[in-house]
Design a protein around this ligand. Structure first.
Ligand code: FES
Length: 124
């Protein structure tokens, strides 16, 4: 049975070859994030419940190479979901990974879906 929460995110799913079962939905705080590991990658997962959306991106902030984005502040800017790094407030689109307020490198975003109470992150 497919959960009513089943929802395919934002990033392109056409190249996904592996859906990694990352966590139970209940393990990710509402309107907050958590970090999961996939091989050597740290991935930030966000339960953006105010928007009824989920997002996944790299946990590494490219500004000072800190593993921290899962603890960032999420919000919206002109309709665009975003995460702000807690250290120096560099802000990234959760849809595209683009750095919104500066010239810091963009970040990687990943497809995400919810099925039967679990969060899955898609990898090529
Ligand atoms: S380390 Fe993230 S904004 Fe500086």
């Amino acid at each position: 049975m497919i959960s009513e929460l089943e929802k395919y995110k934002t990033a392109d799913t056409s190249k996904v070859s592996t859906w990694y079962k990352a966590a139970e939905v209940s393990a990710i705080p509402e309107n907050g994030g958590a970090c999961i590991k996939y091989n050597d990658l740290q991935i930030a997962i966000f339960n953006f419940s105010r928007r009824n959306e989920w997002y996944a991106c790299q946990n590494l902030c490219p500004h000072k190479m800190q593993m921290i984005l899962s603890r960032g502040m999420i919000g919206s800017s002109e309709g665009e979901p975003k995460v702000a790094c807690p250290f120096h407030k560099k802000t990234f689109s959760l849809k595209t990974g683009k750095n919104i307020n500066g010239d810091t490198c963009d970040i990687a975003t990943y497809p995400i879906k919810i099925e039967e109470g679990f969060v899955y992150v898609g990898f090529e």
